[in-house]
Ligand binder design. Sequence first.
Ligand code: PEP
Length: 253
Amino acid sequence: MPRKKLIAANWKMYKTPDEAKDFVKAFIPLVAGNKHADIVLCASPSLLPTVVEAARNNPIRVSAQDMHWLDQGAYTGETSPLMLKALGVTHVLIGHSERRQYFNETDESVNLKLKAALAHGLVPIVCVGEMLAERESNQTGEVLVRQTSIALSGIEPSAAAPIVIAYEPVWAIGTGRTATPQMADEAHKIIRAQVAKSLSPEVADGMRILYGGSVKPDNTGSLCACPDIDGALVGGASLDAKSFASIVANSAA
Ligand code: PEP
């Protein structure tokens, strides 16, 4: 079975509710003909109700950018999987490198969040990727194997089908430096091999692995043409409706 492309926008801490609504209004007609890719908008918690409402009756799905793994509790500032489900959110980013770098996200908390997402029927988009120093000291493979295997630890292969992994080399995020298609495809093969080892070859074969790191309309085609690249997680270039729609269009293999 060929894997359907998935193109996700990571808006990070950008946009007001009005700006988010305007984006969705402008974006919907631009992707009206799209059939080849699933489209997901990852928005801050303050925007989620607005984006869910604006995208209602459209095939666009809405994602949180993080969540706690518990259903409720005394955790000021956190959002739970129950809350996301109640809002109509379908996906959740887990372990984005900005969460790992600035908010103490660990491989272990990524694993707890991944299990909670699956338990609540949310599609987890789990981010992995090496820092520049790790790539320069030839540790990329080791880092990807560690992050992927701990993220997937204790997950039953029979429950793993919804999982999406995003390979995001940290040195390429927001820097304008993109991994070459060959570098990205090699990393995706390492991740897929680890998924096969941790879960099963069948699960690995069906799992979508996205590339993220300075994806733009003009580099999407060459990245998405690689056999192991199943779509993109897009930061900066997803903030503008036309730019993000071009990325969706150019991802058709
Ligand atoms: C991201 O935020 O996940 C990302 C890949 O950002 P950018 O596309 O801006 O590098």
